[in-house]
Design a protein around this ligand. Structure first.
Ligand code: HEM
Length: 311
C-alpha cells in the first residue's frame, strides 16, 4: 500500500512551523510544490491531507460519496456562524433543512433573478472608476470587496450597504475580518487554549455582536415589510418557506446564522477571485484583448443581461 508523503515536523506542533499565518494558502502551495499534489501535514497532532491536482479534486467532489468535514477552523467558526450552512455538521437537522430550502435559490433560475442587481452594483463601481480618470491608482482588492459585499447583500437580502459611496468600509467588514482572524488563530492553538486570552475574547465578542446586529436588523426590517413572502429573494425564502421534508420554516436564530454565512462566504471568496482575475488579465495583455473583444461582440454598448434560460 502506498503511503501519503508527509514533510518532517517537530514534536507537538508537527508541521505548523511551515504555515505562515498571514499567507496560509501560499504556504500550502509551497508545500505542494515540494511534496506533490497529495501530501499530509500534522497540525498540532491533527493529520490534514492536502490535494491540489484537478484529478484528485474531481475525485473528492464526487457527490455520491461526498461528506462534509468540519475541521478545526470551521468548528471554531461556529462561534460566528453557528449551524449556518457552511459551519453546520452534515448530520445536523438544520443543515438538511436549509440545504433543501435554499438549493433552488442558487440554481440557474435563482441566479437569473439576481442578475440585474449584480449589474447595478458592477455599474456603480465602473462609473466610479471612469470618473477617477486614466491616471488614478485604484486599489482593486479593496474595490472588489466593496463590490461583492454590496452585491451579495442586494441580491440575497435586498439591502444596500452602499460601500462604493463611503470612504470607510462598512463596520461589518472589520468585524468579519476580526472574527475570522480570531477563529483562525484559535484553530492553530491546542483545543480550548484560544479562549484564555481575555482581551482577545472581548474583541471577538464585540466583533460577533456587530455581525449579529447587522443580521438582526435585516431580519427585523423584513419581518415588518408588508411584502414579506412576495419578494422572492433569499431572505424572504428563509423567513417564510417551509421545508418539503419536515414542513418547518427555519428558526429565526438559524436565519441570522445564514445571513452572516452568506455575507462572509459570498464576498471574501468572490472578491479574491475577481482581484486575481483582474491582476492576471492586466499581466496577460493578449488574454485581456481577447476578453474585451468578446464582451464588445456580445454586448457592444448595451447593458449586459442574463443569458441563462429555462423555467
Ligand atoms: C469564487 C467564489 C467562491 C468560492 C471559491 C467558494 C468556495 C467554497 C468552498 C471550497 C466550499 C466548501 C467548504 C467546505 O466544505 O470545507 C464552499 C461552501 C459554501 N459556500 Fe462558497 N465559494 C464561493 C462563492 C460563494 C457564494 C457567492 C456564496 C453565497 C452567496 C457561497 C456560499 C457557500 C455556502 C453557504 C457553503 C456551504 C455549503 C454547505 O456546506 O451546505 N459561496 N464554498
Amino acid at each position: 500500500m502506498a503511503t501519503i508523503p508527509q514533510p518532517k515536523g517537530y514534536p507537538l506542533i508537527g508541521n505548523m512551523a511551515e504555515i505562515d499565518p498571514n499567507a496560509p494558502v501560499q504556504s500550502l502551495m509551497r508545500m505542494a510544490r515540494a511534496h506533490g499534489s497529495l501530501f499530509r501535514f500534522d497540525a498540532l497532532g491533527q493529520g490534514i491531507v492536502v490535494v491540489s491536482s484537478q484529478a484528485l479534486i474531481d475525485e473528492l467532489c464526487d457527490e455520491t460519496r461526498f461528506q462534509k468535514a468540519l475541521h478545526r477552523p470551521l468548528q471554531e467558526a461556529r462561534y460566528v456562524a453557528g449551524d449556518g450552512l457552511f459551519t453546520a455538521y452534515d448530520e445536523e437537522p438544520n443543515w438538511g433543512k436549509a440545504h433543501r430550502l435554499l438549493m433552488p435559490a442558487f440554481g440557474p433560475l435563482g441566479l437569473r433573478a439576481m442578475f440585474d442587481r449584480m449589474v447595478d452594483i458592477a455599474e456603480q463601481m465602473m462609473v466610479r472608476w471612469e470618473r477617477f480618470g486614466e491616471n488614478a491608482t485604484i486599489d482593486v482588492a479593496d474595490n472588489m470587496t466593496r463590490l461583492t459585499l454590496d452585491t451579495i447583500a442586494l441580491c440575497a437580502f435586498d439591502y444596500r450597504f452602499n460601500s462604493l459611496y463611503q470612504n470607510e468600509m462598512h463596520p461589518f467588514v472589520a468585524a468579519m475580518v476580526g472574527g475570522l482572524d480570531e477563529t483562525g488563530r484559535r484553530a492553530r492553538l491546542p483545543a480550548g487554549a484560544g479562549k484564555l486570552m481575555l482581551l482577545r475574547n472581548r474583541r471577538f465578542e464585540a466583533d460577533i455582536k456587530v455581525l449579529r446586529d447587522v443580521s438582526n436588523r435585516l431580519i427585523e426590517e423584513r419581518l415588518q415589510d408588508p411584502r414579506l413572502g412576495e419578494r422572492g429573494d433569499l431572505l424572504d425564502r428563509m423567513l417564510t418557506a417551509k421545508d418539503s421534508e419536515t414542513g418547518l420554516t427555519l428558526s429565526r436564530e438559524n436565519v441570522g446564522y445564514q445571513i452572516i454565512t452568506f455575507l462572509v462566504a459570498g464576498h471574501e471568496t468572490t472578491s479574491g477571485m475577481l482581484s486575481f482575475a483582474t491582476w492576471l488579465l492586466l499581466t496577460h495583455p493578449e488574454a485581456l484583448a481577447k476578453a474585451s473583444a468578446h464582451a464588445t461582440r456580445c454586448w457592444g454598448a448595451r447593458r449586459p443581461r442574463s443569458t441563462i434560460s429555462g423555467g
